[in-house]
Design a protein around this ligand. Structure first.
Ligand code: SF4
Length: 459
């Protein structure tokens, strides 16, 4: 099902809201979850023998992109990087000791910051360490991905990433227009990116993903159209098109952006509308929440076969894994526990220096959270929630348990965002663009009357 852009409804429902990469969201994490709780829970999880997914956070970047809202460290300080890697090594040992070696790592993601800030030799050492600590899936089923800043690698280095075992690349593009690139301090040419894409295809990468951002300074519909034209000519398998949230009070680097250069809200909406039309015409399917993929991509197939899920990287095709998080600020999910590592490298390293797991906060998900999370997942991944399937899977009477939420969906149904009938909830073509606002109905923690500025805008 395609999406349909209704400017009036987008204006009305496109306010701030969580992205639901987890439910409850990280805002609910508290320090009452200790490293001891985490250890105990990880040990218990071995009874399930579900496969593992690893997330490794490399926080370093060579230069600052002014729009950035990530947890990153812009540095050239070699000692600082070496010390972090030493502590990461220690954390890998502590975490690996908790999980049975029989549990296979099916999924691995290197994120940042800039994972390719590390050169090939350092990445090689890190992968060798992870391989010896955990049992890596060597089959083609594995999904090992790395975020690549095209400015930090060449074609040979991309080939090296394939030799190290990565089979998916995610390239940070944002915008190809030179004026926009100047305004955000991130200069990279289409030719450089094209060379990397060709090298990646040649090296056998199964999936290449591009990240783009709309709403950046100096963007116009026409300028972004040119970026899209170039992007489409390179045919990435997946695309994520994010909304730029300009919050200079919160993110210092954004103060380098001239407010007057930010496109007006109506221009941003036009850019988004045009992007959706253009990508649909080019054969991309809208997965949901900023993500698009070619019809033969695994993400589209996972959506059809019921194995798609939301996780901390956006959407994922491996539904059943426990997620072990490694590195500063990384978030993990084991069984019914979410946990987050220390946010600053100072604290992260100090804990590991004393051989302590660097877990600082988290939450034990209770039964009600689980049910709400399952409802949100169904709507965000499949645009449909069948009451009967839900009742069978979770042993409740959905209509009874969520009677209040169903009542709160009625105005959204009257506006055409969802359809409600005796069998379930279906999201309409218009509602597909406003998934957060629909999902928020099931969130017991957000105050929907507030336009909570801890969250980015849906559109
Ligand atoms: S956008 Fe990526 S490369 Fe740029 S500063 Fe942020 S984390 Fe670093």
């Amino acid at each position: 099902m395609k999406v349909f852009f209704d400017s009036e409804l987008v204006g009305r429902y496109g306010g701030r809201g969580p992205r639901y990469t987890s439910y409850p969201t990280a805002l609910q994490f508290t320090e009452s979850l200790t490293a001891g709780d985490y250890r105990e829970n990880a040990r218990l999880s071995n009874a399930t023998q579900v496969p593992l997914s690893l997330y490794v956070h490399i926080p370093f970047c060579e230069s600052l992109c002014y729009y950035c809202g990530c947890n990153k460290i812009v540095t050239r300080n070699e000692q600082r990087v070496s010390r972090y890697l030493q502590m990461l090594d220690r954390e890998i040992d502590l975490q690996a000791a908790l999980f049975d070696k029989t549990r296979v790592v099916e999924q691995l993601h290197f994120g940042g910051g800039t994972p390719t800030y590390l050169d090939g030799d350092r990445l090689d050492l890190l992968m060798t360490k992870l391989r010896s600590a955990f049992s890596f899936d060597a089959s083609d089923k594995r999904e090992f991905s790395i975020e690549v800043d095209p400015r930090t690698v060449n074609a040979d280095e991309v080939r090296r990433l394939a030799e190290l075992g990565f089979n998916r690349l995610s390239l940070g593009i944002q915008d190809f227009n030179p004026l926009v690139q100047q305004a955000v301090n991130r200069i990279q040419t289409p030719d450089e990116v094209q060379n990397l894409v060709l090298a990646a295809r040649d090296a056998g990468f199964k999936s290449i993903s591009f990240d783009l951002i709309y709403g950046l300074p100096r963007q116009t519909v026409a300028s972004f159209d040119k970026t899209l034209e170039t992007v489409i000519s390179m045919r990435p398998d997946r695309l994520a098109v994010y909304n730029y949230a300009h919050l200079p009070q919160r993110f210092k680097g954004q103060r380098m952006i001239n407010d007057a250069d930010i496109p007006e809200p109506h221009v941003k909406l036009d850019i988004l509308h045009h992007t959706i039309d253009r990508l649909s015409q080019a054969g991309y399917e809208y997965i949901g929440m900023d993500h698009f993929a070619l019809p033969d991509d695994e993400m589209v197939r996972a959506r059809q076969s019921g194995t798609l899920q939301r996780n901390f990287q956006g959407y994922s095709t491996h539904r059943h894994c426990d997620l072990v998080a490694l590195g500063v600020s990384a978030i993990g999910s084991i069984g019914n526990v979410f946990s987050q590592n220390a946010i600053t490298t100072m604290e992260y390293e100090a804990l590991l220096e004393n051989d302590r797991l660097p877990i600082r906060k988290g939450i034990v998900v209770d039964r009600d959270d689980q049910l709400r999370g399952a409802a949100i997942q169904a709507l965000m991944c499949y645009d449909r929630l069948s009451f009967q399937d839900f009742d069978t899977a979770h042993g409740i009477d959905f209509k009874d348990y969520f009677a209040r939420e169903i009542a709160r969906l009625r105005p959204l149904a009257n506006d055409g965002l969802v359809a409600l009938d005796a069998t379930g909830i279906s999201i309409s073509r218009t509602g597909r663009l406003l998934l957060r606002s629909i999902a928020m109905v099931f969130d017991r923690y957000v105050d929907q009357s507030q336009n909570d500025n801890r969250f980015s805008k849906a559109i």
